[in-house]
Structures are given as structure tokens and as C-alpha cells.
Design a protein. Structure first.
Length: 364
């Protein structure tokens, strides 16, 4: 009986030791994951030739997922975004590269890295960051972040609103202002990111901002661009009201829209595709943020770029980033299926590259 009692105590002691070792291993893994350097999240940089579109076969896409060891799923229920955030951004980049390889979508996913694209990319040499501007996706706030990082102002609150988009005064150089060799160096070595949102919701935002509200300092949208679209695309010429969303959709979905785009110049940046703005299949971006998840993405981008201790993203008003399905359906309710399908055909690359679903009202 005494021997049996001793063995029982020995087994209890051994089990307790194993439990302590197990908890130590879990704690060690948690600490390692928590303090991992976020710069390691960036995608591998590849050379880019500015004079030609990168061939689709040259884009390297792994046949299966190979996450870094510290982000391998463990089956343990850690709370918060500790594991989820890095995986979300890796999956976005993997989807992008897979769609870039899809030859059926090549015309909708590829573009030359032209001066038009380089004009959209703003440079922060001090912290080795490139930001591609995609209008109507909260870019003003990101430009404020870079203005502070470049040293033109000491805080975001000090930046006058009329300075943000004044590229003579805001201290934000465009990538197009550098020589070809300097451009290549920055594209290969710098942290690069841009933000997207549901393509159709972005078009609604552009229409409302430029043709309905129409800021006083941008009169050309209402007095030059709107009349040009109306003359070409309005079916009922007896109507005298201003540009309607139906006219705007018909213009954007026209396969021959480019002749008007040339007349409108750089003002079209508010509604051209993300592909045309940022060349995501030609330039290897480190992170692609989504407007709908900006509350999580903004801190992640700042940390991944190594600047989270220097600047914060401005406060996001509650509900402003939520996808408004009802609003999108309401705007498109009076548009013919033919015109909507033509519009979708033009923006299909944006939908597929960034994981946005085809609208339900196109499937019915």
C-alpha cells in the first residue's frame, strides 16, 4: 500500500512538471509572435522595368500557401488580431498575384508603368515609403501622414486643408520627379502601399463629390466635364437638369470612353480603375489596405512600415468605412442592366484583383 501511494505521488509530480513545461512553451510562442518585427511581412521585391509592362509569366506565385513559421495556424484560440491581420494581408497579396496571372483578365489587370502612374505615387525618402493615391478612398488622411513624416509639419492637426493637395507646398514629391534609376531603386527597396474600396461605391462617391456637391475650388467638373458627358451620353436631350448618375455610368461603361478622358485630363483620376492608377500587377506592393476594414488596416500599415511610433492615422468617424449596400442598390436601381454590365466589364479587374464580389443586382 505504501509503495502504491508513493507511485501515485510520483505520477502527480510528473504530470505537474509536464503542465509547467507546456505552459512555458505556449507563453514563449505568444511572446515571440507578439514582438515579431512587422517589416518581415512585406512581399519580396522584384526588379521592374519602367519601359515595358512586366510579362505575366514573370510574376512569381507559389503553388500553395507557405506562411512564415510564426504565423502558422496552431489551433489555439488567441484573441484579437494577433494572428488574423498578417494572414489577411498575405491572402490579399496572394489573390492579387493569382489574378495577375489570369490571361483572360490580362487587359483588365495590366498597365504600363507610365508617367500617369508615377504621378500618382508619393514619396517619403526619410522613411522609405511609397504611397499610391487612389482618390475617393480616404487618401487625404494618408497624405497628411506622409506630410508629417516628411517634416513639412510637426503634426497632422497643424496642416491647413488647402495645403494637403497643393503639391508645391505640402512637401510630398511624386515618384515621377526622379530619374529612371532613382525610380527603380525606390520601387525595389521601399515599403509600398495603397487603399481600395468597393469599385461601384467608389464611383458613387466620386459622382456625389464632383458633380452633386461640387466644391467651389473645382468648378471644371460641373461646368466643363459634366456638359461634355451630357452631350455624348444623355438619351433625352430635352432634359435640362445637371449630370445624372445614369449619364455618368453610360460614359464610364462606354468602350470608347478614352477620347473624352483625353479631353478631361488628370481630372479622371477620381473614377479610373485602380489598375490604371497604381499598376498593381507591375509594381510589387507591400500592403493593400481596404477602406471597409480601415480601422484594422491603418494601424497595421503604420506598424508594417515602421512608423507607428512616429505618427497616428487620424480618427476615423464611426460608420464611415462601412460598405453601404442599400445606397449602392439605390443608385443603380434606375440604370439599365445593359449599362451596368458594361460598367462592370470595365471595372472587373478591380473587382477580381482585390476580392470584391460581383454586385447582387447583376446576378438576378
Amino acid at each position: 500500500w505504501l509503495m502504491s501511494d508513493n507511485m501515485h505521488h510520483q505520477w502527480l509530480l510528473l504530470a505537474a512538471c509536464f503542465w509547467v513545461i507546456f505552459m512555458f512553451m505556449v507563453a514563449s510562442k505568444f511572446i515571440t509572435l507578439t514582438f515579431k518585427d512587422p517589416d518581415g511581412y512585406g512581399a519580396k521585391q522584384e526588379p521592374l522595368i519602367l519601359t515595358a509592362v512586366t510579362k505575366v509569366e514573370e510574376v512569381h506565385v507559389p503553388k500553395e500557401k507557405h506562411w512564415p513559421e510564426e504565423f502558422q495556424p496552431t489551433g489555439k484560440a488567441f484573441s484579437g488580431n494577433l494572428i488574423r491581420q498578417p494572414l489577411v494581408h498575405m491572402e490579399r497579396l496572394e489573390l492579387l498575384r493569382n489574378v495577375c496571372r489570369d490571361t483572360a483578365l490580362r487587359n483588365l489587370s495590366h498597365t504600363a508603368v507610365s508617367k500617369f502612374v508615377l504621378d500618382r505615387i508619393f514619396v517619403c525618402d526619410k522613411h522609405k515609403i511609397l504611397f499610391c493615391q487612389t482618390p475617393k478612398v480616404g487618401n487625404t488622411q494618408w497624405k497628411k501622414v506622409l506630410i508629417v513624416l516628411n517634416g513639412a509639419f510637426s503634426s497632422i492637426e497643424e496642416i491647413p486643408e488647402n495645403i494637403v493637395h497643393d503639391h508645391e507646398k505640402n512637401g510630398l514629391p511624386r515618384l515621377s520627379s526622379f530619374s529612371d534609376s532613382e525610380i527603380r531603386k525606390r520601387l525595389n527597396l521601399y515599403f509600398k502601399f495603397f487603399i481600395v474600396r468597393d469599385p461601384f461605391e467608389r464611383l458613387i462617391s466620386a459622382f456625389k463629390d464632383k458633380f452633386v456637391h461640387n466644391p467651389r475650388f473645382e468648378p471644371w467638373y460641373r461646368h466643363e466635364i459634366a456638359p461634355g458627358i451630357i452631350r455624348k451620353y444623355r438619351k433625352n436631350r430635352t432634359e435640362t437638369k445637371g449630370l445624372q448618375f445614369e449619364d455618368f455610368v453610360r460614359y464610364l461603361g462606354d468602350p470608347n470612353h478614352r477620347w473624352l478622358d483625353v479631353q478631361f485630363g488628370d481630372h479622371i483620376i477620381h473614377w479610373v480603375t485602380y489598375v490604371e492608377l497604381c499598376a498593381p500587377c507591375e509594381i510589387t506592393y507591400s500592403v493593400i489596405g481596404h477602406h471597409e476594414t480601415l480601422e484594422d488596416d491603418a494601424p497595421y500599415i503604420l506598424k508594417a512600415a515602421g512608423i507607428d511610433h512616429l505618427v497616428s492615422y487620424p480618427t476615423i468617424p464611426p460608420g464611415i468605412t462601412v460598405y453601404n449596400k442599400t445606397k449602392v442598390e439605390r443608385y443603380f436601381s434606375g440604370i439599365s442592366k445593359r449599362d451596368i454590365r458594361r460598367l462592370y466589364a470595365r471595372f472587373e479587374g478591380d473587382f477580381k484583383l482585390f476580392g470584391y464580389r460581383e454586385p447582387d443586382f447583376l446576378l438576378n
